[in-house]
Structures are given as C-alpha cells and as structure tokens.
Design a protein around this ligand. Sequence first.
Ligand code: AQP
Length: 332
Amino acid sequence: RPRVLSGIQPTAGSFHLGNYLGAVRQWVALQESHDAFYMVVDLHAITVPQDPVELRANTRLAAAQLLAAGLDPERCTLFVQSHVPEHAQLGWVMNCLTGFGEASRMTQFKDKSAKQGADRATVGLFTYPVLQVADILLYQANQVPVGEDQRQHIELTRDLAERFNARFGETFTIPDPYILKETAKIFDLQDPSSKMSKSAATPKGLINLLDEPKATAKKVKSAVTDTDTVIRFDRAEKPGVSNLLTIYSTLTGSGIGDLEQKYEGKGYGALKTDLAEVMVEFVTPFRTRTQEYLDDPESLDSILAKGAEKARAVAAETLALTYDRMGFLPAK
Ligand code: AQP
C-alpha cells in the first residue's frame, strides 16, 4: 500500500472547517487505501508562543477531534510529533541542506512573520517548512494530503529529497502533494477572497467545528454573497456563493450542478438556511464524539502511545539510514 503522511497543529479551541474539508476529510478516506501516518504537530505549534498548560490540553483536543472526524487507530497510525524525536533530528539535517534564500522564499513565512512583526517572528517559524520536510521524508511518504496553502512546502520537500538522493545516494521517496481541487482552499465566509484561517480578521467568517451549533448556523446565514441573486458556481464572479456551494456539496455528497438546479430561482436565503442545517447536522455529533474522547484521557493517551511506537519504528529506520549515508560515525 502506498504511504501517506500529514499533520495538523494543536490549535486552541477547535479545528476549523478549512482544516476539515481541506485536509482531515481526505485523511479519513485515505486510511482505507493507504498506509497512513497522521500526527498532531506540537513541534510546529511552538514556532509561535504557547502556554504550556494549554498546549498539552490542545494536543489532546486535536487528537480527540481527529478520532471524532473518523480516524481509526486500527486503520492508521495516529501520534504526537514530539513523541518521535527523529523529527527534530532529521529536521536538523534538512536545515543543513536548505539554502537560506530557498527558505526565505516560503510565502507562508512571509505572511505569518508580516502579521507578527519581523522582530517577533522566531527562527523556528522561519525553518518550520524544513521541519515539515523532515516530517514527510522520515516516513518515505508517497503522498501528502494537505490544503493548497501547503503546496510550496511539498515542493521544497521534493527538492530537498532529490538533492539528498543526488548527493548521498537513493535514500528518500519523492512525495507528491495530494490536494483535491474542489476543497483545496475553503474561503472565509465574510471575505471570500481570503482562505478560512484561524488568524482571520474577524471570527464571523471562521467556522470552528466545536462552536455552539447555533452560532455556526448564524455564521452561515450571515455569509457574504453578492448583490445578484443567482445561485451559480463561478469562483471569479461569485466567490461567496461558490464557497457555500463547495461546502454544501462536500458535506452532503450532492453535485454542484444538482445544487444549482435545486436552488434555481430560490435566492440566497434558501441556500443559506439549508446549508446552516447541513452544518448543524455535521457539527453536532462531531462535538459529542470529541467530548467522549476527551472524557477518557487515559484511552486517548494510550492510542497516542501505540501510534508513537509504530511511527518510531519507521522513523528510526529512515534516520539511521540517513546518518549512515551522510557519514556519521555509528555509536557502538
Ligand atoms: N482554508 C483552508 N482550506 C483548505 N485547507 C486548509 N487548511 C488550512 N486552512 C485551509 C489545511 O489544514 C491542514 C492543517 O493546517 P495547519 O495545522 O497547518 O493549520 P494552519 O494552516 O495553521 O491553519 P490556518 O487556519 O491556516 O492557520 P494560520 O492562520 O496560522 O495560517 C493543512 O493541510 C492545511 O493546508
């Protein structure tokens, strides 16, 4: 079975709809057909300041949400990044292979550091894409299911894997991004030209999956559309409506064309009311299941411990091979 690897940050509060539709939903599907490794990337989380008590809680919360979304520890390997020390170890190796200019071209760093102010951004935030390279290469992943915003980091991963292989001999699998066109980028409900993001300008455009379902319904109903009334998928001319149609179609399995027909002549109100209901039906059981996992932290920790053990077996093998290829003296 081909292998997939992906990660998600232990965000405070909740995953948002963009995380779910852009990434996690694909993770759930791929565990059926692939040898799947998924992790909560706490090492990435500390590239911005974190409160220790909250970080620990958010790490469990992220794992609980992944299980609630449908990851099955019998079908995939679910673990916490810091439980597998090889990530930091291979990360250093990859840092030493990356050009400074090359790292400087990563647009996510430019965006995020601009938001924080150049003086407050850490070196960790700068090299975070390189740690991500190590995350992927450690597992010899064939595919990496992510949203569009991560494409450049997968390109960097391919470049570094090729560079290492050329310099030291075939070592790493060259991974492909696995990005579904339809859900590659879910947009902010208030500003449909920006991606839905936890650092959105206003919380009104961000659907957090663990919010009160009523609040979620309200956000859907007040989503920005346009002055026209026609329900038609057209990213350029009708970004707000197109975003709603994408969300609706993905959550229900109805085709966009069928939805366009269903709402012909009905106006935006009807579409939003129905989508609000679809959202409520989706988030309500998701919240309950997440809470059930959180209520039993021992079982949750034991799932993560088993996952870490399975992950380490693979990661240790790749790291040993890498160290050997580079000429590190083996410890006797
Ligand atoms: N709006 C989105 N549409 C599609 N996919 C998305 N992803 C994030 N936002 C969207 C995908 O979710 C996965 C996990 O992302 P992460 O843990 O790196 O979270 P993030 O990118 O930090 O989330 P945000 O909200 O985008 O954070 P900020 O505001 O800090 O940039 C990834 O596969 C990502 O592509």
